[in-house]
Design a protein around this ligand. Structure first.
Ligand code: NAD
Length: 260
C-alpha cells in the first residue's frame, strides 16, 4: 500500500474543524491537528482519533495569528510527512461590534486568523502540491462570505475575502491537479456560536432558546442548525479523486439562508 495522504486541518481542536479531522481520519488520511486549548484535552482528542481510525495523528500548536508560527508548522509537517496533500483552512474567530467602536486590535485579529492565515498556509503548501501533481485546499468560509450582517464587519470582510482568495488560487493551480474550494456554512452549534448566544441572551434579556429562535434560526429557512457532520461529509467529497474537476467554487450549506 502506498503512503497515506496527509491532511492538515487548522482549528481542529473544537467544533467544525474537529468534525472534519474525524471524518478525514475515518477516510484513511493521516491527520495534522492544530488549534488552541488545554494540552491534556488535546492529547486525549489526538489519541482517541488515532486509536479509533489507525491513521497517524499529530498535533501542531501554531497560533495562526502569527505567520512565523505558521511557517514553522508547515515546515515541520513537510519534513515529517514529506507532503501536505490536503489543507483545510478552518480556524476562525468572531468579534461583534458597531463599526465605529470596533477595536483595531480585534479587527486585525479577525482578519489575521480568518483570512491571512489561509494565505500563509496556502503559499507554504503549494510548492509541494504542484510538485506532486495533487492537492486539495478547502477553505471554511461562511454564509457571511456571500451576504452580510450588521456588527460583524471584520468577519464579513474576512469571509468575503476568503471566497475571492479561493477563486484566485483555484485559477493559479488548476493545471497542476490542485483544487481550491470554499464551504459556506450557515449557523452551526459550536463554541463560536454559543458565545454569541450567551452574549445576546444577556443583551436582549431573553432565554438562550428565544435568542436561537428569534435571532439565529430565523435566517435559516430550515429553522435547524447545520450539523458538523454535513460539513465534514462535503469536505470529504471535495478532497476525493471524484472532485478533481471542482475548483474555484463556493458551496453553501446554510439551510437556505442565502437563497433569500
Ligand atoms: P470553534 O470556536 O468551535 O473552533 C474554532 C477553532 O479554531 C478551534 O479549534 C480554535 O482553537 C481554533 N483557533 C482559534 N483561534 C486560533 C488561533 N489563533 N490559532 C490556531 N487556532 C485557532 O468554531 P467553529 O464554529 O467550529 O468555527 C470553525 C470555522 O467555521 C470558522 O472559520 C468559522 O468562521 C466557520 N463558520 C462557523 C459557523 C458556525 O455557525 N459555527 C458558521 C459559518 C462558518
Amino acid at each position: 500500500m502506498g503512503k497515506k495522504r496527509v491532511a492538515v486541518v487548522t482549528g481542529s481542536t473544537s467544533g467544525i474543524g474537529l468534525g472534519i479531522a474525524w471524518k478525514l481520519a475515518r477516510d484513511g488520511y493521516d491527520i495534522v491537528l492544530n488549534g488552541l486549548g488545554d494540552k491534556g484535552d488535546i492529547e486525549n482528542l489526538r489519541s482517541d482519533i488515532e486509536k479509533e481510525t489507525e491513521v497517524a495523528v499529530t498535533f501542531e500548536d501554531a497560533d495562526l495569528a502569527n505567520p512565523i508560527e505558521i511557517e514553522s508548522m508547515i515546515t515541520r509537517v513537510l519534513k515529517f510527512h514529506g507532503s501536505v496533500d490536503i489543507l483545510v483552512n478552518n480556524a476562525g474567530i468572531q468579534f461583534v461590534s458597531a463599526v465605529e467602536d470596533f477595536p483595531t486590535e480585534q479587527w486585525n485579529r479577525v482578519i489575521d486568523i480568518n483570512l491571512n492565515a489561509a494565505f500563509h498556509t496556502t503559499r507554504l503548501v503549494t510548492p509541494s502540491m504542484k510538485k506532486n501533481g495533487f492537492g486539495r485546499i478547502v477553505n471554511i468560509a461562511s454564509a457571511h462570505g456571500l451576504v452580510a450582517s450588521p456588527f460583524k464587519s471584520a468577519y464579513v470582510a474576512a469571509k468575503h475575502g476568503i471566497v475571492g482568495f479561493t477563486k484566485s488560487v483555484a485559477l493559479e493551480l488548476a493545471e497542476f491537479g490542485v483544487t481550491c474550494n470554499a464551504i459556506c456554512p450557515g449557523w452551526v452549534e459550536t463554541p463560536l456560536v454559543q458565545t454569541q448566544v450567551d452574549a445576546l441572551a444577556i443583551e436582549k434579556k431573553m432565554s438562550k432558546e428565544a435568542v436561537i429562535k428569534n435571532f439565529m434560526l430565523e435566517r435559516q429557512p430550515t429553522r435547524k442548525f447545520v450539523q458538523i457532520e454535513e460539513i465534514a461529509s462535503l469536505t470529504s467529497f471535495l478532497v476525493s479523486e471524484s472532485a478533481r474537476s471542482i475548483t474555484g467554487s463556493s458551496y453553501s450549506i446554510d439551510g437556505g439562508w442565502t437563497a433569500h
